[in-house]
Design a protein around this ligand. Structure first.
Ligand SMILES: [Zn+2]
Length: 341
């Protein structure tokens, strides 16, 4: 492993409005493996500094972390900080990831009362395989990456072959509700999974369950009987599931991480005392534009998870889950022990 000392200059990468350190103050040097740049965290909060800029750390004992920009790895250590001192991180400073458990549920037949009467939509085994692969891809490319390697997702799969009944609300609002899934998969109990992801088909021929959403999430897992995140993706298969998924991957890949963030970013982490962005239209996950982010929102999801959303409403500090929160209790662990923080 190659380590290099970064000579720190006054070119700190700063997004917040907090004042830069005084010119005469001795700055600290952050040394990372391979000289890789990273975002510096002080006691779990993003400092606004990158490791290849000027880093002024508070004196005394602190938990200093660095989220490496390219390898998506978080390194942390307890350090007695003194003015001007260098802090060297090695690969040994990478904490063990927390295991998160996902359950993918593919629906072979989804039944409901459509505008043309009772009918069903269907997915073949191959189409359900494609949905499973899409989720698995997102777990690697978004969930695990944006946690800087602090989440390690284990994915199980239990498809449902029998028809699953939709709930119809109003004129055209079709939903797969948790009780119809847990009735068929009794293994979904508090503590078993962190999140359940249901994949079902929106329309087929004249049978349509179109509603004004793509994915849907239940936003307060601890308030549900299963104490588990619950997400459904209502897939518009169009001219073919594989082609549609390829198109989403290339242009708008965030559906799974968006919905999962609803399960953890609306109540779960707030209840653990984490400072999250202010909701827009009732939902934190929908506040991207308020904070200046743009479609397809992937940098928003990254910064929400990295705790690096600049608090533009107050001009002070940064918001979001952050690496240290990912080292705390998962949904599954909190379900079994409410005192588990
Ligand atoms: Zn949403």
């Amino acid at each position: 492993m190659i380590s290099a000392i970064l000579v720190l200059t006054a070119s700190a990468c700063k997004k917040g409005k907090d004042a830069p350190p005084p010119e005469e103050a001795p700055v600290n040097t952050i040394i990372t493996p391979g000289n890789e740049p990273g975002y510096v965290y002080i006691d779990g909060k993003y400092s606004g500094y990158k490791s290849n800029g000027q880093v002024k750390l508070p004196a005394g004992r602190h938990n200093i972390g660095v989220a490496l920009e390219n390898s998506w790895i978080y390194l942390r250590k307890e350090v007695d900080v003194t003015a001007g001192a260098a802090i060297t991180f090695t690969a040994a400073d990478k904490p063990a990831p927390k295991v998160w458990k996902a359950l993918y549920v593919g629906l072979s037949e989804t039944r409901g009362n459509s505008a043309t009467g009772d009918c069903s939509t269907h997915f073949t085994k191959a189409e359900l395989d494609a949905g499973y692969e899409f989720l698995q891809w997102s777990l690697r490319e978004h969930f695990e990456k944006y946690s800087y390697g602090l989440m390690q997702w284990q994915l199980e799969r239990k498809d449902i072959a029998e028809p699953v009944m939709l709930k119809k609300s109003g004129e055209a609002w079709y939903t797969v509700e948790p009780p119809v899934i847990t009735a068929k998969i009794p293994e979904i109990v508090p503590g078993a999974y962190d999140c359940v992801f249901v994949f079902w088909r929106e329309s087929e021929g004249t049978c349509s369950f179109r509603s004004n959403y793509f994915g849907l999430a239940w936003t307060n897992p601890m308030g549900e009987p299963i104490k588990t995140g619950f997400v459904t993706v209502k897939f518009d298969a169009g001219n073919g599931v594989a082609g549609r998924i390829a198109n989403y991957k290339a242009n708008d890949p965030g559906v799974w991480v968006h919905e999962w963030l609803h399960t953890t970013g609306e109540r779960f982490y707030q209840d653990k005392g984490i400072s999250m962005p202010q909701p827009a239209g009732g939902f934190t996950v929908h506040a991207a534009e308020t904070y200046g982010y743009t479609y397809p929102w992937m940098t928003w999801y990254r910064d929400m998870m990295g705790g690096r959303v600049p608090n533009t409403l107050t001009g002070l500090g940064y918001l979001g889950i952050g690496p240290e929160a990912f080292l705390r209790c998962t949904v599954r662990e909190t379900a079994l022990d409410a005192a588990c923080r």
